[in-house]
Design a protein around this ligand. Structure first.
Ligand code: PMT
Length: 402
């Protein structure tokens, strides 16, 4: 993924430096070339040898080091960088950059580079919330510097609060996203994900096994590719991707209302959710009690709207993608849904097959288009299925633009 990319990693003096060692290791696994610049403060926590060993490169830490090769080091690093990430970024380096100070190798490279600079702050809560630090950060944001925000938690100083550096996996994800081609820039994509829940009484509901992973993967890839994304989600345990407009719903009726709200501005509607087809006719206002003299309970259900079919009728030149979760006659059943719901294509998954459908990290899908041409894909990660779906959307958008 990061082959042929040079990540210049600035490391400043904070205890979170140990996480940056892990970050270098992850970047190397993605085949990035990593050039580490350490400040004097960083060297108090970890030696350059650690980063040298992890990055397989000489570590840069002196502004005026003896010449080993005939180029000006700060200019050569600044030019070499495809992205410059500073992790951890202390209040000091943030302040220096915001005020145009370049008094060491790292701050000088920042000043000299045309690459995107990304700051990953890590500091004590009081420092992080200090108005001066906050002002410096908003100034830098306005100037186009990016931030991977810290999280809240137990800090090395014993305080609990914001200022904890993001985890290496998250920083790596950010770097990878940066290099994804922005081929869906400005396209408005609404995605439904996860299950819906239909209450029976104040403590019970009817739902299904959808985890939301398929829909969230599509949302993540769409954001990475520059789309404007509305993610309408039933209840899930997942962390939503950064940058989406997240709309949480419970019931199928609420999901339909949410789609209605965003439908007009939507270019592409992707229905990966598993909405309940029925809901209890009456929702008890008190917990349904166990009957003493009867061991049966009968609940009447009424049909929920078919959201895809409803919007399929109004779609005009919008693109609509549906899913079909089947337990038998996959192709036949999925093909019927294309016409019934007026879809551009459908992603069919047989949810009885191991590794396909609900909950897991993978899916096994067949894509069927309006002409009933089908393409079978091997078992793959849901993240890769998302790429295939959005590639197909891109192709349709191109055809429509002609
Ligand atoms: O969330 P995961 O755990 O990752 O699982 C992924 C998934 C199995 C949920 C996903 O891959 C999938 O198949 N989603 C569709 C599930 C479903 O409801 O299938 P269906 O065949 O019943 O519905 C067909 C289409 O109509 C779907 O696009 C569905 O979103 C839509 N629909 C269904 C019912 C309804 N009332 N309104 C709808 O819009």
């Amino acid at each position: 993924m990061l082959k042929d990319k040079t990540v210049v990693l600035g490391v400043t003096g904070g205890i979170a430096v140990y996480k940056s060692v892990d970050l270098v290791s992850r970047l190397k696994k993605e085949q990035a070339n990593v050039e580490v610049i350490m400040t004097d403060g960083a060297k108090e926590f970890v030696t350059p040898l650690t980063f040298q060993t992890m990055s397989n490169n000489v570590v840069h830490h002196k502004m005026f080091s003896e010449i080993t090769h005939y180029d000006v080091e700060h200019i050569s690093l600044a030019k070499k960088a495809d992205i410059l990430v500073i992790a951890p970024a202390t209040a000091n380096i943030i302040g220096k950059i915001a005020n145009g100070i370049s008094d060491d190798l790292l701050s000088t490279v920042v000043m000299a580079t045309k690459a995107q600079v990304v700051l990953v702050p890590a500091m004590n809560t009081v420092m992080y919330e200090n108005p001066i630090v906050q002002e410096n950060m908003s100034k830098l944001k306005k100037l186009g510097y990016e931030f991977v925000n810290p999280t809240s938690g137990l800090l090395a100083c014993g305080d609990v609060g914001s200022g904890k550096m993001s985890e290496p996996a998250e920083i790596l994800e950010y770097i990878k996203s940066y290099f994804v081609e922005k081929d869906l820039k400005g396209v408005n994509i609404t995605i439904t994900a996860g299950p819906t829940i239909e209450p029976l009484d104040p403590v019970r509901y009817l739902s299904n096994k959808s985890s939301g992973k398929m829909g969230y993967s599509i949302a993540k890839n769409a954001v990475d590719r520059g789309a404007v994304v509305n993610l309408i989600t039933g209840p899930t345990k997942l962390t939503p991707p950064e940058g989406v407009n997240l709309i949480r719903v419970d019931t199928t009726l609420e999901m339909k209302d949410a789609v209605e709200k965003y439908f007009e501005a939507t270019d592409v509607l992707i229905k990966s959710a598993a909405p309940s087809d029925y809901r209890p006719k009456n929702v008890a206002d008190k917990k349904i009690k166990k009957k003493i003299d009867d061991n049966e309970l009968t609940i009447d259900f009424i049909e929920n709207p078919d959201i895809a079919a409803y919007f399929g009728k109004k779609k005009a030149d919008k693109i609509m993608v549906g899913f079909a979760a089947e337990t038998n006659d996959l192709i036949e059943n999925a093909s019927k849904k294309i016409d019934k719901k007026n879809l551009d294509f459908i992603v069919a998954n047989d949810v009885t097959i191991k590794g396909a459908g609900f909950d897991g990290e993978t899916n096994l899908v067949t894509i069927i288009d309006r002409e009933k041409n089908r393409t079978d894909y091997p078992l793959m990660d849901k993240k890769d299925v998302a790429v295939i779906i959005l590639d197909k959307v891109k192709d349709i958008l191109k055809t429509k633009a002609r």
